[in-house]
Ligand binder design. Structure first.
Ligand code: ADP
Ligand code: ZN
Ligand code: ZN
Length: 805
C-alpha cells in the first residue's frame, strides 16, 4: 500500500503530495489524517497522510514510511479538505494549513500513553489486559519496540474506545490524572461480603456500603476524605478483589469548580422570532445558508444563538461559536455554560497549552457538543456540525495575520457548506463586506431594531476638544466629562473611560530640537513605559533606558507626548483624587488571570472608574455603569487604512453599548478633534444604515472593498535596494499576468518602511474577477522561494488584508 503524504517542508517547489510505501509492520495501522515520519533526502521529517492507495503513481523507486507518529488520526477527512482549500485560498503551503488546525500541544507532544477506558475495563482480551496490569503506564513508543506484534490489535481497541491515548504535554500544570476506585464485583457480592465482615472491620464495612449505594468510580482522595478512612483500608479491599483501582484522566478545566447558574430559554420577542425562524428552518432541513444578524448591543442576539444551538443539540448535532478573543470574558462563557453546562468546551489564548489540549480532546472524543472560542476554534474537530455562529463578525481579529492568513468567517462558511448547516454572522456593526452581501441576497439579512424591553440606546454627546482648548482647558478631560465623572462619584455609580487603541501612547520628544527617539530597527517611535522607566518598540520588542538628555542636541528639556493609559491614570489621580481607578491595558493584564481579576474587582464595585483600551470595549456588562467616556475618538480615524472610518464607527458604537444596559439610564461622552466626521456623528445617533450607505459611496469612489477585492504583496529584505528592485519586478510581472480590469498599485514603501531591520515594499492589487490571480502569486512565491538564491528575502501575499501597514 502507498501513503500520500504532505511533507513538512514549507517550500513552494515541494508543496505537493509524495508517495511512500507503507511497510509490512505498519500495514493496517496507517490512516488518513495521521502524522508519519518519512525519509526526505538525507533527513527524516514529519508529514500528514492524506490518502492511501493500492499503487503509487510515480515511476521512481519509492521509500518507506519510517514511523507512525499518531495512533489515531489527528485531523478528520473533512478538516484535511479544509486544509487543502485554505492553502489554495490563502496561497500558503499545505503543510502550514494542516498544522494550523492542530492544538499547539499536539505539535509538541512527545509521548503517547495508553490507558484502559472505563468502557474497556471489562471486555479487553486477556493478553491485552495483561499489558495494563502493571502500575506503570503503557507508553506507545516503548510498546512499538517491545511488542510490535500487538500494535494493530491495540489500534483496533483504540478505535472501539476500549483503550485511550493521552498525549503527554510538557506543561507547568501537570495534574492530569487521578486514581479512582470502583466496585470490581457485582452489587450482590458486595452485600454478601459486607455482611460477613466482622464488626472490627467497621471501616471496610463502611466503604462497601458506600459502593453498594454508589457503584460509580470515585477518586480515592475524595473517598478517604469523605468517609475519614485511610488509604490502606481501601487497599485491603482492592487486594481482596472487591474493588478496582485505576488511573483516570482528569481535565485541567480552567472553569472547574465554578458554579454556573442554570438558565432557561427566554420567551422570544416577535423581532427575535422573526430573525430566528429562517435559521431554525435551515437547521431542520440541513440547508447551508449564511445569515447576517444585525442588531444593536442588547437587542437579544445572544439569546438567539443560545436557542438555535439548543435545537441543534436536540438533533444530536454540534455547534461552534466564535467570539473575539477580548470578548471571551467569564461573563460571556457563563452564558453558554449556564445554558448547556458541561457540554461546552472553551478555547481561548488565556489557557495553557495543556488546558487547550484538554478542551480539544473533549471535542475530539465527542464529550462536548458546543465549543465557544476565538479564531482558531473554527477548526474544532466536530464531525456533525449543525450551526456555526460568529459573534461580532466585523472584528479584524478573525483574520490571522501570519501564515496561513485565513479569515475565520471564510473558513466557517466553507465548513458550513461541507456540513450543510447554517452560518450566522452577528454584529451591531456588520462589516461592509458582509452587509453588502446580505443586501445583494447572497446572505440572508435578519435585523433586530430594538433593544430588549425597548430600553433606549444611551444618549451620546460629542464634545469638540478644539473648543475646550479655546476655552483654556488644556486637560485631557473636557469640562462636561469632568463634571459627569464627579457626579457619578457622588452618586456611587460607575464609569468606564475608554482610550482608543494602544498605539496612541506616549512618545518622547525633545522640546528644543524636536527630536523623537525611534527604534533603531524599525521606523517607528519608541513608546514610553513608566514601569521600568523605559522606552520600548511595540513592533520588535527593542527596549532602552530613558535618556536623561536629548540624544541629538543634549538638551535636558525632554517631554512626553500623547496620552497613554498610564498618563490618563496619573491625571485622574490629580483631578479626582478620591476616585478609585482600575487600569486595564496590555501592561496590567499580561499576567495570566489578571484580566479577570480586574473585571471582578470592578464588578464587585471595588472601583469607581474602569480605564482601558480596546480590551474593555466589548462584551462587558456591568449594571451600575451609567457613564462611558471616550477620550480620543479620532485616533483611529487618521490611520493610513481605508477602513479607518468603519473601525471608528464600530468602536464608538461598541463602547457606547457599554452604558445603560440595565435599570439605570446610561450616558456617553465622546471627545473628538473632528466631531463633524460622519463616522463620529453617525455613531452618536446609532445610525448604522446611514453610515453604511455613506461609507459605501466612499468605497465605490476610491475602488475599495466591497466593490473590489484586494490583495497585498509585501516584499521585505535587509537590503533596501534589493527589496525595492524585487518589488518593482513583481509589480511588472503582475501587470503582465493579470487582466486589464485589475488595478495594480505600487510598488511603494510600506506605511512602516522598516521593521526588525528589514526594508518593506508593497504592491496592492485591486480586482473584481481574476481567475489567474492565485496562479500568478504561486509563481511569484515559487520563483523567489527557491532555496539559496534570495536567502533573506521575504514575500508575503495577503488576500483580503485587514491591515495595510
Ligand atoms: P446582544 O447579544 O444583542 O447584546 P443579549 O442576547 O445579550 O443581546 O440580550 C440583552 C439582554 O436581554 C440580556 O440580559 C438577555 O438575557 C435579555 N434578553 C434577551 N432576549 C430576551 C427575551 N426574549 N426576553 C427577555 N429578556 C431577554
Ligand atoms: Zn534635542
Ligand atoms: Zn523595533
Amino acid at each position: 500500500m502507498i501513503a500520500k503524504v504532505v511533507v513538512d517542508v514549507p517550500a513552494s517547489a515541494i508543496d505537493r503530495l509524495f508517495d511512500y510505501i507503507i511497510p509490512e509492520e505498519f500495514a493496517g495501522m496507517v490512516e488518513k489524517g495521521m502524522r508519519v515520519s518519512v525519509p526526505f533526502g538525507p533527513r527524516k521529517i514529519q508529514g500528514f497522510v492524506v490518502g492511501i492507495e493500492e499503487e503509487g503513481t510515480s515511476e521512481h523507486q519509492l521509500k518507506s514510511i519510517n514511523d507512525v507518529s499518531d495512533v489515531e488520526p489527528v485531523l478528520t477527512e473533512e478538516l484535511l479538505k479544509v486544509g487543502f482549500w485554505m492553502a489554495e485560498q490563502t496561497t500558503c503551503f499545505t503543510i502550514s494549513a494542516l498544522q494550523a488546525m492542530l492544538p499547539a500541544a499536539l505539535k509538541a507532544a512527545y509521548q503517547k500513553e495508553l490507558r484502559i477506558s472505563s468502557k474497556g475495563a471489562k471486555k479487553l482480551p486477556n493478553e491485552m489486559a495483561a499489558l495494563f496490569s502493571d502500575e506503570k503506564p503503557v507508553i506507545w513508543e516503548t510498546l512499538s519496540i517491545e511488542h510490535p506484534e500487538l500494535l494493530t490489535q491495540i489500534q483496533r481497541e483504540i478505535r472501539s474506545g476500549s483503550v485511550e491515548v493521552i498525549h503527554h504535554v510538557r506543561d507547568r500544570i501537570s495534574k492530569k490524572t487521578e486514581r479512582v476506585v470502583q466496585p470490581n464485583v457485582e452489587n450482590r457480592v458486595l452485600m454478601k461480603e459486607c455482611d460477613s465482615l466482622s464488626n472490627r472491620a467497621a471501616k471496610q464495612k463502611q466503604i462497601l456500603s458506600f459502593f453498594i449505594e454508589h457503584p460509580e468510580p470515585v477518586a480515592i482522595k475524595d473517598l478517604t476524605d469523605s468517609l475519614s478512612i485511610t488509604r490502606s483500608t481501601v487497599k485491603t479491599l482492592i487486594h481482596k478483589g472487591l474493588l478496582l483501582e485505576e488511573q483516570r484522566e482528569v481535565y485541567r478545566d480552567p472553569y472547574a469548580g465554578r458554579d454556573y447558574e442554570k438558565t432557561e430559554p427566554l420567551l422570544l420577542t416577535e423581532e427575535q422570532q422573526a430573525a430566528m425562524g429562517p435559521i431554525l428552518r435551515a437547521i431542520e432541513n440541513d440547508i447551508h445558508e449564511t445569515t447576517v444578524l444585525h442588531g444593536v448591543t442588547g437587542s437579544g442576539k445572544t439569546e438567539i444563538y443560545l436557542q438555535a444551538i439548543e435545537s441543534v443539540l436536540q438533533r444530536g448535532e454540534e455547534a461552534i461559536v466564535l467570539v473575539p478573543e477580548i470578548s471571551l470574558t467569564p461573563q460571556m462563557v457563563s452564558r453558554f455554560k449556564g445554558r448547556f453546562g458541561s457540554s461546552v468546551a472553551v478555547l481561548h489564548s488565556g489557557l495553557s497549552r495543556g488546558e487547550k489540549y484538554d478542551e480539544w480532546r473533549k471535542i475530539q472524543r465527542n464529550e462536548v457538543s458546543v465549543v465557544v472560542g476565538a479564531r482558531s476554534a473554527v477548526f474544532a474537530p466536530f464531525t456533525n456540525i449543525g450551526i456555526i455562529i460568529i459573534d461580532e463578525e466585523h472584528e479584524s481579529s478573525y483574520k490571522q495575520e501570519e501564515q496561513p492568513r485565513y479569515h475565520a468567517r471564510d473558513v466557517a462558511i466553507y465548513r458550513g457548506s461541507l456540513h450543510n448547516c447554517p452560518v450566522v454572522l452577528g454584529s451591531a456593526t456588520p462589516s461592509l463586506e458582509s452587509y453588502a452581501r446580505a443586501e445583494k441576497g447572497v446572505y440572508r439579512l435578519a435585523s433586530l431594531q430594538e433593544r430588549i424591553n425597548r430600553k433606549a440606546m444611551p444618549g451620546v454627546e460629542i464634545i469638540d476638544m478644539r473648543e475646550e482648548l479655546r476655552n483654556e482647558n488644556r486637560s485631557m478631560f473636557s469640562s462636561a466629562l469632568y463634571d459627569k465623572l464627579q457626579d457619578r462619584l457622588v452618586k456611587g455609580e460607575q464609569s468606564v473611560l475608554f482610550l482608543n487603541r494602544r498605539g496612541y501612547s506616549t512618545f518622547m520628544m525633545c522640546r528644543d530640537c524636536g527630536y523623537v527617539t525611534e527604534c533603531p530597527h524599525c521606523d517607528i517611535s519608541l513608546t514610553y513605559h513608566k514601569k521600568g522607566n523605559a522606552l520600548k518598540c511595540h513592533y520588535c520588542g527593542y527596549q532602552q533606558a530613558l535618556p536623561k538628555m536629548c540624544p541629538s542636541c543634549e538638551s535636558p528639556h525632554i517631554r512626553f507626548f500623547g496620552t497613554g493609559t498610564q498618563k490618563v491614570e496619573e491625571e485622574l489621580g490629580k483631578v479626582l483624587p478620591e476616585a478609585r481607578v482600575i487600569r486595564m491595558d496590555v501592561d496590567t493584564t499580561s499576567r495570566k488571570g489578571m484580566h479577570e481579576k480586574h473585571l471582578k474587582r470592578f464588578a464587585d464595585q471595588k472601583a469607581d472608574i474602569l480605564l482601558g483600551t480596546q480590551m474593555i470595549a466589548k462584551g462587558l456588562d456591568f449594571p451600575s455603569v451609567t457613564l462611558v467616556g471616550v477620550l480620543a475618538a479620532d485616533s483611529t480615524l487618521h490611520l493610513p487604512d481605508f477602513r479607518a472610518a468603519e473601525r471608528t464607527f464600530q468602536l464608538l458604537t461598541q463602547v457606547s453599548g457599554r452604558a445603560g444596559r440595565h435599570e439605570l439610564p446610561g450616558e456617553v461622552i465622546v471627545q473628538s478633534y473632528t466631531p463633524e466626521h460622519y463616522s463620529i456623528e453617525l455613531a452618536s445617533h446609532h445610525d448604522f444604515e446611514t453610515f453604511y450607505n455613506r461609507e459605501m459611496r466612499e468605497r465605490r469612489t476610491h475602488g475599495y472593498p466591497p466593490y473590489y477585492f484586494l490583495a497585498l504583496v509585501t516584499i521585505s529584505d535587509p537590503d533596501l535596494t534589493k527589496a525595492a528592485g524585487i518589488a518593482e519586478k513583481i509589480t511588472n510581472f503582475l501587470n503582465q499576468q493579470l487582466s486589464r480590469q485589475a488595478i495594480i498599485l505600487g510598488p511603494v514603501s510600506a506605511a512602516i518602511p522598516r521593521v526588525k531591520d528589514r526594508y518593506r515594499y508593497q504592491c496592492m492589487v485591486k480586482y473584481k474577477r481574476e481567475p489567474s490571480l492565485h496562479d500568478s502569486f504561486a509563481k511569484i512565491v515559487e520563483h523567489y522561494g527557491k532555496a539559496g538564491k534570495h536567502k533573506d528575502l521575504q514575500i508575503s501575499v495577503d488576500l483580503n488584508p485587514q491591515m495595510l501597514m
